[in-house]
Design a protein around this ligand. Sequence first.
Ligand code: 4AZ
Length: 618
Amino acid sequence: MSVGEEDVNIVIASSAAGGDEGNGSGTQPSVPTRVTAAVPTVVSASTTHTSGPTRTSAPSTRNPGPTTPATSRASGTPTTHTSGLISNASHTPGPTGTSGATVNPTGPTSSPSNIPRPTGTTANATNPTVPTRMPAPATPTQNPPRTPIPTTHNPGPVRTPANAPRVPGPSRTPGPARGTPRPVPKPDTGGHTVNYKKEKAFPIRKYCVPTVAVLLVLASIAVISILIKVVLDNYYYFCVKSFKFIPLDQWCDGKSDCAGDEDESRCVQPFDVTTNSMVRFMEAGSLLQLYASSRTSWSFICSDNWDASKAKAVCAQVGYYSEPVSSSVSISDLSTSSAILYSTVQVLSDQRIQVNPLLGGSCTSGRVVSLSCAACGIGHKQQRIIGGTNSDILRYPWQVSLQYMGQHICGGSILNSRWILSAAHCFDKGQKQIDRWRVQYGVTTLTYLFGSYVDKIFLHSRYVANQKPNDIALVKLKSDIAVSTSVQPVCLPGYDNQIVAGSVLWVTGWGHTVEGGSALSSQLQEVTINLISSATCNQEYGGQILQSMLCAGKLEGGSDTCQGDSGGPLVSLGQNSRWDQVGVVSWGDGCGRPNKVGVYTNVQTFLNWIYEVMKQVA
Ligand code: 4AZ
């Protein structure tokens, strides 16, 4: 989207009864916990071990024996103990709040000094009943792994750390063998036994080398597989039934190359509509009108005997299957001057509807039906800041990104939980394979993960590739979209919706922000533009502007759509304060050039095609 200066405008969308394609609709609006570089809690009390327990707060049965150098991992300076925490120049204590006990590598030793434990540190070294020594999360190089010495001991002989040269003690009991359960610690009984466990060096050669080799082989296989898949995906299609590859350009080329037409079965296809919908909606009040063939005319539907089942049946006729909302409007409030006819509706056993003319035009209730087949057009707040270019999906929750093989190709809009409206030319460049398309919705910033799968894609049957007319497409999703604040359908305009030249319109997309640019916008953009009369537009475009197209932009240039915006919605604030999609981004001469405004598919002229496709393909 190319964006220039924007005006602040209020939308005035006028509505008047007028001729159209014979049908139409409008539906009612609707910390991460900062891993605080764990301030090392170093309690540097340099209490050397002395004989006899002096602590009362955590009665330890451990009577320190003669002090042994802290460990071989330490500097060799005497270990200093505090209440449960050992502080030592080379011993990096655990971070505050860490519950790993900081222990004296020489074994649990009570300290005579009652230095308070640092806040938040759960030190259990002082607890004689907790012999397991959990190494504090210190740097491994500083604190090599040590095997806990599970046995508690009382005034014992000189204790030697497990990984220091062992000095035979008078009554050393060997520690438990590797892998054997740790003995349940018993309270010290005053014995002098110290258990040691000798740590074996990890046999790096034995285990690491083969493991690394296996990992390398697996990684190589994965890389090669990915490469093969990428090559195949880009150049070949695999026919599952006939178990063969065909060149990619034969997939979805209109000719069968695989058994059972497999290569032609899941492709973008034209859809020819030959029937006329018998349902339409006025823009004002979303008043329902049905075509009574017996009278060969459209009539309002009298509220007499109207109920939810009738509302559902009527909405199914235009391809809407969610819960409709209906209300009634007094006939006296109708602002139409044409001869008004009233009918009632009957639902047939096959759920089709039958329109019954009311004899004499009488309607007992004096009210007619207003019907919304979807809670649509509930979008951005109307008191909006004009001029900003960065937008938010909450403002335009119907905006979607159509993606092919993980690339954003076009915009689109949500009509209901299954259907997306877009432009036919989005599927021009060989992007015909349905299974490679994804629809991304509910996002402000373009993302490519978890898009919805596509079931079918239909182009208007009179659209010709690389030509401008009938540039409209419908995408049917494989599963329902769940509506939320960031995912909402847009309304289709009423059959009689009229927007006059100068009306303010909004268009959104992730397209280029500079003509000829190479990058999409990662954040959804919006731009405010005005409806330009077809007469004015045709002067610039040499008569190419048809009734089925709309022109919108700024004649001075600067505010426009661009590559990547195609298929996206041009919306107006319609009557009933709901957002109607009046256009689909289609084409234009460059982006944002003066007197070369954007050209849009006129949605109103395709209401019948949209309704019939959604109804027939349901
Ligand atoms: C495009 O290439 C495109 N300025 C879309 C819109 C416009 C131009 C190009 C209108 O998809």
